[in-house]
Write a protein that binds this ligand. Structure first.
Ligand code: ATR
Length: 262
């Protein structure tokens, strides 16, 4: 999506993927800086590690405690500074609004998963003033830690660890279950029926339809996959690096074409 966007704007830039061992992350960031890269995106497992490796944290990275975007900026005396941002959190809520037409304020949400993505989603939803969050995770203690953090930061939001007893406006899958064809659904339907949910969002975008989304559609729920979230975090990163308005439609088309071509 970034290369398509650079081409559309006539920028002679390139977006490339590099696999970096976490123990080399600091060296990789330093290498990109001295090679005059414009910026970086970081993904699992680098987002938390990078927080301590940049020269400055933008408000978004401070707020969400994770860095998925770095911009290299000219500082004093020609020194280049690495500034860390987080564009994931806004990507989640933009996509929920755009793809599911969901009103988040006052919503009842069942969130599956308490890893990095689940934590960001939980805190962002709380910041958007959802009424109640139900947190479910294989490792319950991680859901409990997030619940405690929400109680501290957002005392007006009700938070429960476990499945809801009543209907919800949204089920949000933030686990990695569904990435592989053999994976079970991330929702235990013995504990909670899809008939009790208005909408289901799966952060997974490949496959385009996980078992959870297929079952949700069959149960009559409104559904969306994580493509919109991927797009929106990318749009925000593009604008941070280039200072230009991102060509969203070009980026969305490029994503759809490349992600689903194989
Ligand atoms: P990410 O940054 O994508 O969130 P992560 O931090 O590794 O990645 O989190 C993965 C999430 O998927 C976690 O909620 C994890 O549950 P645990 O906290 O119990 O590990 C969940 N997950 C992964 N594999 C799973 C499985 N086989 N069954 C249930 N949950 C699983």
């Amino acid at each position: 999506m970034h290369n398509a966007a650079f081409a559309a704007l006539g920028l002679n830039w390139r977006y490339l993927a590099f696999e970096v061992d976490p123990q080399n992350l600091r060296a990789a960031i330093e290498g990109a800086r001295v090679m005059h890269f414009a910026g970086l995106n970081l993904t699992v497992p680098h987002k938390l590690l990078a927080v301590d490796m940049v020269d400055e944290l933008a408000a978004s990275a401070k707020k969400w405690g994770a860095v998925n975007t770095i911009k290299f900026e000219a500082g004093y005396e020609g020194k280049i500074r690495a500034v860390g941002y987080n564009t994931d959190a806004d990507g989640i809520t933009r996509s929920l609004r755009e793809d599911l037409q969901l009103e988040l304020r006052g919503a009842e949400v069942l969130l599956l998963g308490a890893g990095g993505a689940g934590r960001t989603a939980a805190l962002k939803l709380a910041a958007e003033n959802v009424a109640e969050l139900f947190l479910v995770n294989r490792t319950q203690s991680k859901a409990e830690e997030i619940a405690a953090e929400i109680k501290r930061q957002f005392p007006a939001v009700a938070v429960t660890v476990g499945y809801p007893k009543t209907d919800v406006d949204l089920i949000l899958n933030a686990t990695s279950l569904g990435l592989k064809p053999a994976d079970a659904s991330s929702l235990d339907e013995k504990q909670f029926s899809l008939k009790q949910a208005r909408a289901v969002y799966d952060m997974i975008y490949r496959p385009a339809e996980t078992k959870l989304l297929a079952a949700a559609k069959a149960a009559g729920c409104k559904t969306a996959n994580g493509l919109g979230m991927l797009l929106h975090q990318g749009v925000a990163a593009f604008e941070i690096w280039t200072g230009a308005t991102a060509p969203r439609d070009v980026m969305r088309r490029a994503l759809e074409e490349t992600i689903y071509e194989h």
